[in-house]
Design a binder for this molecule. Structure first.
Ligand code: HAM
Length: 419
């Protein structure tokens, strides 16, 4: 028997109402904050992610689904959406539009990770990007928008964590200090951090190993080594967050797993994070667009895992809301009635009224069971006797009451009930 590949999952109809609820909340939020939808390809040139996300990151080093296609192109299934969106921004000359260009996307991402609760190899992200503006008010707006999504969906007890990791002016000197500090305690670092010390020293700060965490506690902090413009930007951002009453926590060990970030980084964490990690994360990436061949374009964005949100929505409301109206059911007895029931069902559907007609050769009792299982509020029963009298019997499933309706009025009556 075939099974879905490891780390992937099917979204069965019973889970779809939660996805619909989430998509609706996202669309409403994006309209509120002035974001337009964009779709970009599910795969891109491997080089885009290598340059954008960064060579030393876990994503690029270990997690990408990369292959050479039949035309010898190096292709990667997107592990994240930001690189593709900024590629589209440059390719379509969106710098000529009023800035910032605010775009959002929902879609599949692919990372070869060890599957566990809330961690998949194919998962979905809602991702939004504001491209072309450096104002810290935009940073605050992006943080507020991310925070509002979870509030709109009824999340409570979340934590909003914030940090600034500087820019190419101040970060190199900070990283040097960080490396010098960790070199002093190198023999006590885990194996991964030994490697990170050379490849990606910032990531040593968020290592999960308890020894490394204890060592990181005394490490130098980026916020203490920001250049004046970065420090001013961060102070202004914090001021706006306070004005907007956003309850953020400074987490100087927050560095994010992608290389493109500058200045602002932030994450939203659930109260019971466990192994599944952050609900969402984002930050500023002022150097990314230049890095992939565009002009310097300050930008900021955020992404949240949709599976992680749906998991929460299901826990909160185990009884899924209906996705569609229950149909009027057309039951029948006999061949002539069957044809008439089918005809009525089609006439209703073509008017946009939900209608269902049982299949096969079922007893009336079995057809009524179908009606109950579909939650049909009304059943129209077409029997040989009724047809002979030019009537159908209309049964109200809630009360059990039944009344006759002349066939000539059936369509109008049923259409009115189905609305
Ligand atoms: P990220 O932190 O790698 O950031 O991913 C964002 C969110 O995607 C995570 O917080 C998590 O909810 C979800 N996620 C990541 N990996 C998985 C997985 N294997 N299974 C399920 N959910 C997952 C980014 O991707 C950046 N592009 C965010 C961004 C946008 N920064 C600026 N703009």
């Amino acid at each position: 028997m075939f099974r879905a590949p490891r780390g992937t999952h099917d979204v069965l109809p019973e889970e779809q109402p939660y996805w619909a609820q989430l998509r609706q909340a996202i669309q409403h939020l994006c309209a509120t904050y002035g974001y337009d939808p964009i779709d970009v390809p599910t795969f891109e040139a491997t080089e885009l992610f290598a340059r954008g996300v960064g060579q030393g990151t876990d994503i690029v080093e270990k997690e990408m689904y990369s292959f050479v296609d039949k035309g010898d192109e190096h292709i990667t299934l997107r592990p994240e959406a930001t690189a593709g969106i900024v590629r589209a921004y440059v390719e379509h000359g969106m710098a000529r539009r009023p800035q910032p260009v605010k775009l959002y996307i929902m879609g599949s991402m692919f990372r070869y990770e060890r599957p566990q609760a809330g961690r998949f190899r194919e998962f979905h992200q809602f991702n939004f990007e504001a491209i072309g503006e450096a104002d810290p008010a935009l940073d605050a707006e992006v943080v507020a928008m991310a925070w509002q999504l979870y509030g709109d969906l009824g999340f409570t007890g979340l934590s909003l964590q914030l940090n600034s990791i500087g820019d190419p002016n101040c970060r190199p000197a900070y990283v040097e200090r960080l490396v010098a500090y960790f070199e002093g305690v190198q023999d006590r670092l885990c194996n991964d951090c030994q490697g990170r010390l050379r490849r990606n020293p910032l990531r040593m700060l968020d290592c999960k190993n308890p020894n490394c965490q204890a060592l990181a506690a005394d490490a130098p902090r980026s916020v203490d080594h920001l250049c004046v413009p970065c420090a001013e930007h961060f102070a202004a951002l914090r001021g706006y967050l306070e004005v907007a009453d956003l309850p953020y926590t400074l987490n100087w060990r927050l560095v994010r797993g992608l290389d493109y970030y500058t200045r602002t980084v932030f994450e939203v964490w659930p109260p019971d994070a466990g192994s599944q990690g952050a609900l969402g994360g984002g930050g500023r990436y002022d150097g990314l667009i230049e890095q992939i061949g565009g002009r310097p374009t300050p930008s900021i964005g955020f992404a949240t895992g949709m599976e992680r949100i749906v998991r929460h929505l299901r826990q909160e409301r185990p009884e899924a809301p209906p996705l569609r109206p229950a149909p009027v059911l057309l039951a029948f007895v006999g061949a002539e009635a069957r044809r008439l029931a089918f005809q009525l069902a089609q006439q209703l559907r073509s008017r946009g009224v939900a209608a269902a007609c049982p299949y096969g050769d079922r007893s009336l009792k079995a057809q009524l069971r179908v009606a109950s299982s579909q939650g049909a509020p009304y059943v129209a029963i077409l029997g040989e006797d009724e047809i002979a009298r030019g009537q159908l019997a209309l049964k109200d499933m809630a009360t059990g009451e039944q009344r006759d309706v002349p066939l000539a009025e059936a369509l109008a009556t049923l259409a009115a009930l189905g609305r």
